[in-house]
Write a protein of this length. Structure first.
Length: 352
């Protein structure tokens, strides 16, 4: 259902209240290198996977006069992201690769950093700053089971790597081999993932925008599902964009749910996830309140999208607070208030 996505989303700059929020909660960075700096590469080669298929990433190269400075600054960013910025560790780090993604909206750079003492390596991403993505990262950090590590300023966003198997690859290479019991567990996790995305308005969760994470638990392997792309946070006007089940790429997951879960089980898992989210909302304190205030005061969508979305959600909930929303920040506030009120009244069956 690619037509769910209306058109390419524009980049939105950071508003003043959002900048204040980011500085208050230690997300702000005076980065030594910017996204635009990395665009000055002098050449590139295609990156292929182990099956010799194009990954849609290219490995970029820089002139000798620039590479030394770029490597130093990227290692500095790594220490700021994962430590206290101390330069003592820089001599033990090496920039093994700088890859540039030619697919998608954000066109990120992927940086591979290796510790030369033990050959352990990790990745991080450098992207152009977009307010929508920053809001998406913060909502994920506060309201999902997962914490997120990122740094940002007016021009550049730095994100840690989220490890896992991309959904489309999982469907093709791993799903045929999982057991019936594991399919039941995957179905449960996907219902909960679908619910989180809808409640916090995270859109475009097609299979390649989330990962499946296998975890060994005693004598079994269980699976978690985690979003990795946050560009489409509260932008689109169609409610179904925020419900991963409606994307054609996710039909293998929908089939698993249809084949392995009873309707009553699906309702129960939805209630469980909404209850957990309600508790996270109530325990978030000023952090969520300040983020929503910042979101209310800046543009992160189009007027037509806001009007359509609040009417579609009202059609599901019959809650007039959605109709009274004038911004995406207010729509988000109404969604969270609705979840919290239903949790407090112990009546979760009528949620959208």
């Amino acid at each position: 259902m690619d037509k769910l996505i209306s058109k390419k989303k524009p980049f939105y700059p950071l508003g003043e209240l959002l900048i204040d929020f980011l500085k208050r909660y230690d997300r702000w960075i005076e980065t030594p290198i910017s996204y635009e700096d990395l665009l000055r590469f002098s050449g590139s080669v295609t990156v292929y996977d182990e099956n010799d298929e194009d990954t849609l990433w290219v490995r970029v190269y820089y002139s000798d006069s620039e590479r030394t400075e770029i490597d130093f600054n990227l290692k500095k960013i790594y220490t700021l992201l994962h430590s206290d910025g101390n330069e003592m560790a820089l001599s033990y780090l090496n920039v093994d690769a700088i890859d540039y993604c030619t697919f998608g909206n954000s066109k990120p750079f992927r940086i591979k950093i290796r510790n030369i003492l033990n050959d352990n390596f990790t990745y991080f991403y450098v992207k152009k700053t977009d307010a929508s993505r920053v809001y998406g990262l913060e909502f994920e950090h506060m309201l999902s089971p997962y914490n997120l590590n990122y740094l940002v300023n007016v021009n550049t966003l730095v994100e840690e790597h989220i490890a896992g198997i991309p959904g489309d690859i999982f469907f093709k290479e791993h799903l045929p081999n999982v057991t019936a019991s594991q399919r039941n567990q995957i179905a449960k996790e996907y219902v909960k993932f679908n619910e989180r995305c809808m409640v916090r308005l995270l859109g475009d969760m097609r299979a390649y925008n989330y990962v499946v994470i296998p975890i060994h638990d005693f004598d079994q392997v269980i699976f978690r599902i985690r979003a990795i792309d946050f560009d489409q946070q509260a932008f689109e006007g169609k409610l179904n964009v925020y419900r991963p089940q409606f994307f054609k790429e996710n039909q293998p997951m929908v089939k698993i749910i249809r084949d392995h879960l009873h309707k009553d089980s699906i309702i129960q898992y939805k209630i469980e996830e909404r209850s957990i989210m309600a508790r996270r909302i109530m325990s978030s304190g000023n952090r969520l309140r300040l983020l929503l205030e910042a979101m209310d005061q800046q543009q992160v969508s189009l007027e037509a999208n806001i009007k359509r979305l609040k009417n579609e959600i009202f059609g599901f909930t019959q809650d007039s607070s959605f109709l009274n929303s004038d911004s995406m920040g207010q729509v988000m506030q109404s969604s969270f208030d609705y979840i919290r009120r239903n949790y407090e009244s112990v009546n979760m069956s009528n949620l959208f």
